[in-house]
Structure formats: C-alpha cells, structure tokens
Write a protein that binds this ligand. Structure first.
Ligand SMILES: Nc1nc2c(ncn2[C@@H]2O[C@H](COP(=O)(O)OP(=O)(O)OP(=O)(O)O)[C@@H](O)[C@H]2O)c(=O)[nH]1
Ligand SMILES: [Mg+2]
Length: 196
C-alpha cells in the first residue's frame, strides 16, 4: 500500500547539529534507511533526508531531517539560524569518545530558537570505553535546556529508531496529539541537497 501524506499538513522538521564528524549523517541514514553506512562524506552545509511516518491514528505525516554540516567554516556562513527556523525539534549531537564535541555544543545552541525542544545525543557508543559510556549527562541536559539525553551507536538500528520515535512523540505531545508513531514499515524518500 502506498502512503501519501495529506497535502495540507505541514511536514515535521528535525534538525541535527553538532561538530564535524560526530555522526549526524550516519545516524540520520541509519534511521531513514534502516542500515548502517560505514562510508559517509563530510556534509557540505546541509543534507536533507525525508521519511513518511504513520501515527497510530493512521494519519500520515512527512518528516524532514535537516542534517547540518559541522565543519567550522559552514558555521560562519550565517545561514544555520535560517536552516533551523521552524524546526519541531533539534538533536544536539556529540561524540561520546570526544567530550570536546559535547562542550562545543554551547556554540550550536545559538542557531536554535529557545522554544524548539532539544535532545542531547551521545553518538558512537560502540567505540566508547566503559567510562565514556557511563558519562553522566544530567548536567548538560540541564545546561543546554534539553528534554532528555540518549546515547547510541548508529550501528544499533533498534536504539536509533527508538530515539527518533521518542523525539516524534514529544513533538506530537507539544502539538497536542498523543499518539504512537510508527515508521518502520513505510516507504521512504532520501534526498540530498547541497548548498554551494
Ligand atoms: N563505529 C561507529 N562509527 C560511526 C558512528 N557514527 C558515525 N560513525 C563514523 O564517523 C564518521 C563521521 O560520521 P558522519 O556521520 O559523516 O559525521 P557528521 O557529524 O555528519 O560530520 P559532518 O558532515 O562533517 O558534520 C564516519 O566515518 C562514520 O562511519 C557510530 O555510531 N559508530
Ligand atoms: Mg554529515
């Protein structure tokens, strides 16, 4: 069966932010394609991914993922605040094996409006030592005003799915609709658009 989102419905928008190489594109692709891609090219400014999701009430929505390029020079192009405008949620991503990427998220917060729900995502847990995996994120959840935090490996597709579903549930709750989100069995589209 082909699922078609209602034309009038505004797509949901999630932005991924964080330092270059922390795994934003990989985690996005794990979610969209249900597959761990070992090869990932540096994102030039922004990549777009999209997926059709279905809620338990059978209503169909389109989800847009805006995956920002984390290399320093893109940050200074002056367009990231614009890219984040109208987002329903922001995923602040950092690499569990490199805590400087957690501390540097402070700079990324400047691109998102204070009203956008944000989630702290520690990536590459499969490469992290036991101490790094156990690192207490409470202080940073508070400091960055996040809803909550997650740790994951992009190789662990089940966890990646559950993180996005939890984010989508928060969005739906904020939008006043309590429902379960399902995205596993649906068709999806993955687009890339590079800004030069
Ligand atoms: N082992 C492991 N490698 C990962 C994981 N996530 C990402 N990587 C690897 O880390 C490298 C960088 O990942 P990307 O997804 O390109 O990072 P990015 O944050 O999109 O980087 P920019 O586009 O430069 O901002 C790639 O070689 C990925 O294969 C993970 O969970 N586990
Ligand atoms: Mg990328």
């Amino acid at each position: 069966m082909r699922l078609v989102p209602s034309k009038e419905k505004k797509p949901l928008k999630i932005v991924l932010l964080g330092e270059g190489g922390v795994g934003k594109t990989t985690i996005s692709k794990s979610y969209i394609d249900n597959y761990f891609f070992t090869k990932s090219k540096q994102t030039i400014a922004v990549e777009f991914h999209s997926k059709i999701i279905t809620r338990s009430d059978k209503e169909v929505s389109k989800l847009q993922i805006w995956d920002l390029g984390g290399q320093g020079h893109f940050k200074h192009m002056g367009v990231f605040s614009e890219f984040c405008r109208g987002a329903d949620a922001a995923l602040l991503c950092f690499d569990l094996t490199d805590l400087s990427s957690l501390f540097n998220l402070a700079e990324w917060l400047g691109f998102i409006a204070p009203t956008i729900p944000r989630f702290l995502i520690g990536t590459k847990s499969d490469l992290a030592t036991q101490d790094e995996q156990n690192f207490n994120l409470e202080r940073y959840v508070h400091r960055y005003n996040c809803v909550t935090s997650f740790k994951c490996s992009a190789k662990d597709l089940k966890t990646v799915m559950s993180i996005f579903e939890s984010v989508l549930q928060t969005i739906e709750r904020k939008n006043g609709k309590m429902s379960n989100i399902s995205s596993e069995s649906n068709s999806h589209i993955s687009n890339r658009l590079l800004v030069s």
